[in-house]
Write a protein that binds this ligand. Structure first.
Ligand code: ATP
Length: 217
């Protein structure tokens, strides 16, 4: 007997914003996720180091989670001193939660780039993939991603409850045209970020003087 699925959302969260949170809230509600785990990356394998410290990003993610029922923070990737490969995290979660379907949440940009991920073909052996639409990223699939969808896409929500892993779900979420890059630029220009991220996170950024200089873009 399986327990209800949980969502897992990894990210740099530099800072966390509504482009992360709205699709996750909609996935929680539409798919009946028992929980959404926010997993801040420590050493992002595919990108430059984040601007804020791990502690600051974690503090902001904690504030965002506290604001949303069912959201929890998973610090495991921050505690590692090796790269945060998603596959390693999913293997660990699978062994800790043997009877829980795992829904790995990602934006369309991540799905398009999936063939560049470490051991990407193994991801579906451990989790479902739940993909949110993201403005600027059209579903213009490479052959590899098109093949993945042909084999694994489902339109039946119950598949995400009946099986622990192995399906891809494309969300019909409200598109949110925001990136952390854009938000950092806005903050560096001294603009008010209200409604682009949770108020407690905006307060934290203000109190700690984060993202202030134009050098932080
Ligand atoms: P940056 O601009 O610094 O690259 P980002 O805003 O893209 O950051 P990440 O922390 O890199 O945020 O993203 C974590 C996950 O959230 C990824 O799977 C990404 O696709 C997804 N995501 C981020 N922003 C959005 C958005 N506006 N809509 C849908 N998904 C998003």
């Amino acid at each position: 007997m399986l327990t209800p699925p949980i969502g897992v959302l990894g990210g740099t969260f530099d800072p966390i914003h509504i482009g992360h949170l709205r699709p996750a809230i909609e996935a929680r509600d539409a798919l009946g996720l028992a929980e959404v785990r926010l997993l801040p990356n420590h050493i992002p394998p595919h990108r430059a180091n984040p601007l804020c410290s791990s502690e600051q990003r974690l503090a902001m993610v904690r504030l965002a989670a506290a604001d949303n029922p069912g959201f929890v923070v998973d610090e495991r990737e921050l505690r590692r001193d090796t790269p945060s490969w998603t596959i390693d995290t999913l293997v660990e979660l699978r062994s800790e939660l043997p009877d829980t379907p795992l829904c790995f949440l990602m934006g369309m940009d991540s799905l398009l780039g999936l063939p560049g991920w470490h051991r990407w073909q193994k991801l579906l052996d451990y989790a479902h993939l739940v993909v949110s639409c993201r403005p600027g990223w059209q579903p213009d699939y490479s052959v590899q991603v098109a093949e993945l969808l042909a084999r694994h896409q489902t339109r039946d929500i119950q598949d995400l409850h009946r099986q622990r892993h192995g399906h891809v779900w494309l969300c019909d979420n409200l598109p949110v045209e925001l990136s952390a890059t854009r938000l950092r630029a806005l903050l560096a220009a001294g603009q008010d970020p209200k409604y682009l991220l949770p108020n407690p996170v905006a307060d934290y950024i203000r109190r700690h003087g984060l993202y202030r200089s134009s050098a932080t873009q």
